[in-house]
Structures are given as C-alpha cells and as structure tokens.
Write a protein that binds this ligand. Sequence first.
Ligand code: ADP
Ligand code: MG
Length: 247
Amino acid sequence: MTAVARPPVVDIQSVGKVYAQGDVVFEALKGVSVQIGQGELVALMGPSGSGKTTLMQIIGLLDRPSSGAYHLAGRDVTTLSENERAEARNEDIGFVFQAFHLLPRLNLLENVEVPLTYAGVPPRERRERALAVLERVGLADKARNLPSQISGGQKQRVAVARALAGRPRLLLADEPTGNLDTRTGEEVMALFGDLHAEGTTVVIVTHEDDIGAYAERVIRVRDGRIESDRRQVPKVAHRPPAIGSAP
Ligand code: ADP
Ligand code: MG
C-alpha cells in the first residue's frame, strides 16, 4: 500500500507583512515560515505587539501577506480574489475571538445558525447541525436561552459551537480565554483539547503561559519573527464533573 501524504493545513513560506500609515512603514512580520499539519493543537505565543494577531489574520484569510507564499491545505491562496478568499474562509476556517460576539436578541441556537444561513445551508439542516454542535459543547439544554442568560464560559462555548457548525478544516482562536477567569478558561481549553483529540486542527493565540501549556506545540513570535517552535507534552485540562449542566 502506498501512503499518500496529505499536505499541511497551513504552509506559510517567508511571509512578510508591512503596515503603512502615511510616511511611516511598520514591518509587523519579517519573513515567517511555518507549517501546521492536520490535527495539530498549536499555541501561537509572544508578547503584546509581537505579531500574533497579524499572523493569525493571514492564516485565517482575513488579511493578505505583503510578501511570501501561503498554501492552505495544498492550495495557493495568495493569488485568490477577494470573493474567492471569502469563500475559502467560509468553507475552511472557524474563528473564535476574545469577545464572544454573540447577537443579544437571538437565542443560542439561532446564534450558531447565523454563519450557516450565510453559507446557504437550508433551514432544516441548519437547525440539525446547530443543535448537534451545541450538544457537542454541552449546551443543548440551553438552546433556546438568550446570551444574557448564560455565563461567560458558556458564551465562549457557544462561540466555539458556532465556529464548528461550518465544519472547518482549521479552527483559529485569538485569545479565547482573555475574558474568562482561570477555571472557566481551563474548561474552554478542555473543549479545545477534546476537539483536537477528535482530529480538528486548532491554532490558539495567547500570551498566557498557563494557556499555552495545553498545546502540544508552542510557536513563539517576537518582533515579527518566529523565536522558537517546540513540541511539548500538553497539560491535561481539569474537567468539571458536569460541564454544561450548571445553572
Ligand atoms: P499581537 O497580536 O502579538 O499583540 P499584532 O499582530 O496585533 O500583535 O501587532 C503587531 C504590530 O503591528 C504592533 O506593533 C501593531 O501596532 C502593528 N499593527 C497591527 N495592525 C496594524 C495596522 N492595521 N496598522 C498599523 N500597524 C498595525
Ligand atoms: Mg493580538
């Protein structure tokens, strides 16, 4: 039998990013090369201003590199038009941000359905998929609640469910525990750990060492360059006895 090697999910070669503001030019990324394979759980770390969000936005097709090459799952995405990039983003990438960005007037189920509506998924399938991912994050019993009726940790789990509903190839999270206390942050990391165990490729941007400890690979960025790229034995998240059933 011949094993067919799958291309890395993320393959970035010598990527640079220059921000120009008037006469001032700022090099936020200075020739970054990185490959992330299918199923990896990676923490992208570094001090504030080091370029983590810039790199994540390039990986997530929210921004374009000024130089260098990017292949997403083997496809050259640097030459795509804006529309093609938006399409690739909707199909391949799920985002989780520090602020949960839930719509306050929609219940949790409807919140999870929003991106599926944009993606043109028919109503019935939309509902089924949204319920399945809410169940996956332990919140099916709260599907009809409003965001104001749940805790911060639960909101972030809804945001993860919303990102998963589109069945992305790659889940990107920028400081996902930044608005959460330590214990709740740990619950969210337990969820990312489970998704990783099921084969999801996850990249988490964080400046917190406690959060980076849950990853199996830590890439450190400093002044727009990769400072180190190491594998480690990940910390196993403490699991509360009944995740999702607390009031
Ligand atoms: P991090 O996420 O590690 O804190 P960022 O990627 O957000 O860092 O920013 C890296 C550097 O690039 C910072 O010095 C920031 O001020 C600068 N930068 C980020 N976005 C822009 C922009 N749109 N215009 C100008 N400079 C920017
Ligand atoms: Mg940032």
